[in-house]
Ligand binder design. Structure first.
Ligand code: BDP
Length: 727
């Protein structure tokens, strides 16, 4: 009895200590630690006896095999033999309908649903026992199916009745890295660039493989390696050899490489006197360059281009249009099935109109003028990845053009790698929004149901290729994303890129379980923290539709006083327009009339301060400090209380996290705890700085319930001025 007791004591303390082992977060959501629930582990283990793969399997099928072997060994403690013919009951079989037995058990309808890249993961009865099948029409689907099965096990879902059928809704699911060739990451907060250009092509960090695995686990199938503020050197032969080495590392995981193209490259590295897209010598230079790229990287995906935006060169330098520039590049990559993603993030130096209108004014008239392999890539909002913006009206303004959504995973304006902001709710808010955009050819009197997601995935317009891009939050930090919990944003972007109908809740729950295990309190607490976190950041930084009032340059912390910069629309005062009468930017007909760029349904709702949702009120309206809010309070009081609410919510986040002490390994616990403490400090800074600043105009006292600022306004202006800026 005694020894049995000791045995239990030892095993349970072993399990406990292994669950709480220090963890640096490197493994992301692909941890594959032993399933702690012994009966579940035994049940799962009994369900798999061997892994069957097609004969002469090549990557990515061999990658799927390796991942399954590793994953099942870790989770279940079993070492499964890999064979090419099923020899026993409970085989796990990877196959395509080219195998007649697979074709006989999977219906054509299911195969159609699985489409080009999707999968069917199903448990079927077979000769009195069971088999688990991972079936796909093409090899990449087997890889995604393998990851789907591992996710199923890692989230402790039942095997009985297992039947997952899934296909990506968007064809090109890409990360965009804003990585410079000197390894600085623009707006990167997780260390240096992962790409070791100096060491490549010979020396290849094993991390490249783990990066590609992580992408594949989410179904991401491409990556743009370089910054949109591009450097032409990447297109020179020595760099292309390095890019080819990375392509070799990523290819087994179904990840294709794309590059940014600097429009003036023909001058800078080609020795031409011009980069005019209509000059035949320029077009010929690009054609030769593209042929050279495809010789080195046969599955090269294409180019991403930022042109005539924030000082970048572009076709307008030669009096040509965005379409002229994009089409010239598109013609060069077309013979290789390449694409050009042409960014619509433009606001011209000589245009004094409201900045948020400028993309529509520049791109709207070009609708229908782009080649079929050009995709115009649009940020979710018309300004710039703010904590909250309305959707970009450009999504509704180009019915005859392929449009991609660009989302920002890195938290440039949401507290970088210090603040917690789970972004799935922000992205869902955009993707699920109905643009009411009229379709071409007009299918119905109004365009009801034309959501951003349906435009991006091509279903609204039946236009392909479809593209979604996320500006990456990865870097050389051991945990990849700087803030450990920001891994959830990489995860969420990938999952939504695959299936934008997944809910923020489901994605959070999957991520939490795979990253932190299954303790009910841990899961419920972290899910709750994630789900409310974006709104919390909005509350203490830019509530009620305020926007772009952050500190200049590094964009961290408050700066509502920022004025007098190189251009008016880089300042804060341009956006908040605080004066003695009130606050906010009038974008109705009495103001900039940016509202007119939206469908009538939106104009009606947003155009009237009485119906405009309060979370966008100050985006569309300049309202008086006494404007009555839904709560019955005047605007000033409501504003103050929102900032206070943001601070209070961060305190709740701290308390929630503190309640998990002892339930999470000390390393990860402390990592998050420290960041939340810093976030609390920053939230207080935001509240105090913004309220003291706006109080100069409102001339009203803080309402009851708002804590007094500890310092005068100058103090906050000073600390932020002296901030070292982010690395
Ligand atoms: C802004 C960033 C800047 C980027 C620019 C862009 O501050 O670093 O270069 O967007 O997207 O958000 O081109």
């Amino acid at each position: 009895m005694k020894s049995l007791g000791l045995f239990f004591l030892l095993t349970s303390s072993f399990l406990l200590s292994s669950a709480l082992r220090a963890d640096d977060g490197y493994r992301l959501w692909l941890r594959y630690d032993p399933i702690a629930d012994a009966s579940l582990r035994t049940a799962y283990a009994g369900a798999f006896s061997e892994i069957v793969i097609p004969e002469n399997a090549r990557p990515p099928v061999t990658s799927a095999r390796d991942e399954l072997v590793t994953g099942l060994r870790g989770l279940l403690g079993v070492d499964l033999p890999v064979v090419t013919k099923a020899t026993r009951d409970h085989a796990l079989i990877l196959g395509t309908p080219r195998d007649p037995w697979i074709a006989s058990v999977i219906s054509e309808a299911d195969l159609r649903t699985a489409s080009v890249e999707g999968y069917i993961v199903r448990r079927v009865a077979h000769e009195g026992g069971h088999r688990t099948l991972i079936v796909a029409n093409r090899e990449a689907g087997l890889l995604y199916g393998a990851f789907a099965l591992l996710r199923h096990l890692q989230t402790h879902e039942p095997l009985d009745g297992l039947n997952l059928i899934s296909a990506p809704k968007i064809q090109r699911r890409l990360l965009n890295h804003w990585d410079d060739l000197n390894r600085h990451v623009e707006r990167g907060y997780a260390g240096f660039s992962l790409w070791e250009w100096f060491y490549l092509p010979e020396i290849r960090d094993p991390r490249y493989r783990d990066y590609a695995r992580a992408l594949a686990s989410l179904g991401l199938n491409g990556t743009v390696l370089t910054n949109v503020n591009a450097n032409a050197q990447i297109l020179t032969a020595p760099y292309l050899a390095k890019v080819a080495a990375l392509a070799q590392e990523f290819r087994p995981w179904g990840v294709r490489i794309y590059l940014t193209a600097r429009f003036s490259a023909p001058i800078e590295i080609g020795g031409l006197p011009t980069a005019d897209p209509l000059d035949p010598a320029v077009a010929a230079w690009w054609q030769a360059k593209v042929a050279e790229i495809y010789r080195a990287i046969p599955d090269f995906g294409g180019f991403l281009v930022k042109a005539n935006s924030e000082g970048q060169p572009g076709p307008q330098d030669y009096g040509r249009t965005h379409a002229d520039g994009a089409n010239m590049l598109a013609d060069a990559v077309q013979p290789f099935n390449g694409i050009v993603m042409w960014r619509a993030f433009v606001y011209s130096p000589d245009n004094n109109d409201d900045r948020v209108k400028q993309a529509v004014s520049e791109f709207g008239p070009l609708d229908g003028k782009f080649r079929q392999n050009v995709i115009v890539q649009i940020k979710n909002g018309p300004l710039d990845f703010m904590p909250r913006e309305p959707f970009s009206p450009l999504f509704g303004a180009m019915p005859n053009t392929r449009l991609a959504a660009e989302l920002q995973i890195t938290q440039e304006y949401l507290g970088q790698s210090i603040d917690l902001a789970y972004l799935a709710p922000l992205w869902k808010e955009v993707l699920d929004t109905d643009t009411y955009a009229r379709r071409e050819p007009v299918e119905s009197a109004n365009g009801k149901g034309t959501t951003i997601a349906s435009i991006v995935d091509g279903s609204a317009k039946l236009q392909h290729p479809s593209v979604i891009a996320g500006v990456a939050n990865t870097g050389t930090d051991r945990n990849w994303t700087g803030h450990l919990l920001a891994q959830s944003n990489w995860y969420a972007f990938g999952r939504l890129a695959w299936d934008h109908q997944l809910s923020s809740e489901q994605i959070a729950d999957e991520w939490t379980r795979q990253t932190f295990g299954h303790d009910a309190t841990v899961v419920a607490t972290i899910n709750k923290m994630l789900l409310g976190s974006r709104e919390t950041v909005v509350n203490y930084s830019m509530p009620l539709g305020l926007t772009h009032i952050m500190a200049e340059g590094h964009h961290y912390g408050p700066g509502p006083w920022v004025d007098k910069l190189g251009r008016a629309d880089w300042t804060s005062v341009y956006y908040h327009r605080a004066d003695e009468k009130g606050l906010g930017f009038d974008r109705t007909a009495t103001g900039s009339n940016a509202l007119a760029q939206y469908a009538p349904e939106w104009q009606k709702l947003w155009g009237d301060p009485a119906t405009c949702p309060e979370n966008l009120l100050l985006w569309f309206h300049h309202v008086s400090w006494d404007h009555p809010m839904k709560s019955g309070r005047p605007l000033w009081d409501e504003l103050c209380l929102r900032y206070q609410q943001g601070v209070d919510e961060v305190r709740t986040l701290q308390r929630d996290w503190a309640s998990l002490q002892g339930k999470i390994d000390a390393e990860r616990f402390t990592h998050v705890q420290q960041r939340l403490a810093r976030q609390k400090k920053e939230a207080v800074n935001w509240r105090d700085a913004c309220l003291l600043y706006f109080q100069q105009f409102s001339k009203r006292p803080f309402p009851a319930g708002v804590e007094p600022a500890a310092h005068p306004l100058e103090h906050y202006q000073q600390i932020l001025r002296n901030m070292p800026g982010h690395r």
